[in-house]
Write a protein that binds this ligand. Sequence first.
Ligand code: UGA
Length: 441
Amino acid sequence: MAVIADRCLEVQVTVVDLNAERIAAWNDPDFSKLPVYEPGLDGVVARARGRNLHFSTAVDEAIGEADMVFISVNTPTKTRGLGAGQASDLKWVEASARSVARAARGHTIVVEKSTLPVRTAEVIQKILAAATPNGDGRSFSVLSNPEFLAEGTAIPDLEQPDRVLIGGEDPAAIAALAGVYGQWVPSDRILTTNLWSSELSKLTANAFLAQRISSINGIAAFCEATGADVREVAKAIGADSRIGPKFLQAGPGFGGSCFQKDILNLVYLCRHYGLEEVAAYWEQVVALNHWQQRRIARLVVTRLFGTVTGKRIGVLGFAFKADTNDTRESPAIRVCQDLLEEGAILQILDPKVPEGQITADLGQPAGTGEGSWQQVADVQQAASGADALLLLTEWQQFAGIDWPEVAAVMRQPAWLFDARARADGAAARAAGLNVWTVGEG
Ligand code: UGA
């Protein structure tokens, strides 16, 4: 929404949320306090806020004034009831649709921006139709406009998108939304489809991306077993233009709020439609991802003579990827939990993730003694007295570690476990460390 406001001066954008604390943070005069860390976002908000970008808790008022309402609430995996563990929980989407039904005036275009199961637009349409039984001068058009930005690169992804997808049935509504994006996106990148294709394209895009990661992580384990190097393999296969070079980085498994949730949702829907083989096929992408996370924790324990009880391990990175403070489904969570279970003392370093978030994710506060963790401020502290450093997020700063200095404060024999192939492994070896790098045989 900030980018839309930045690019379309004649459009007034009001972002509303029931959470007053969050809205206050978006209005904070100190741009470093915005609730989301995303490179370049502070600059965009600074340009547009107060001009044509507003943050408010006056939900009904903003809906009443709007020509177009984007439903951008989260759709987490259901934790109980029908479809628990797989289906998306649509309660926030439904609540938003009911708010729109209550507060909208005149003709309102309702845009599904949240990632949704196929045919959710039907639910929204039914709620809106029920609110306007006799027309009452109000009308609605529902569009699907899924978001393809990735965290860490959100601003460039939005400013130069590969494509914008608009699904719908009402040509005038489609043209109105295409007109907004058309202010900065070339028209040949604005694709229009029917509603269901648009909804399903979002789930499919994430499923294909996640599948590439599980594929390369499976091959990484195979490389380690056979003496091949996954980076050489990735380069060789990526040179085939049909495969392409992107998204072939082996790592500790994919994290983030979307991949697992969207695949599980796809699996649930496939089963719903009786497509058991298709469901089982996609389910395996998630299973391999969990296996990769477990494999890394097991491997650390095995190399440290079969036990990490009472041993210090420096954990480099906790966010699910670099350049974000987001830890949702971060592979670091499962890996750290497994190591804590084994009695390790973790010294966790992440430049953007606050201690409170780590406490929530690991389910225990910082402490001391066996099976505890502490947050540290730099690599030197992470390494202090440690038997191993475990690199889990590919922050740029980890590429330039001074290995002789770090090795000097570790307990020998010491290890570097590089699950992202980010560190200078040769320099670490030269400084006397044992080195394991994902996918390196
Ligand atoms: C992903 C998609 O890339 C976006 O297109 C989509 O819009 C978004 O989900 C969403 O549905 O909201 P995001 O989760 O922000 O974006 O980040 P990615 O760059 O896709 O990374 C996801 C995970 O895969 C991270 O844990 C990352 O470290 C891992 N990854 C990515 C790898 O392990 N190897 C790679 O080669 C690429």
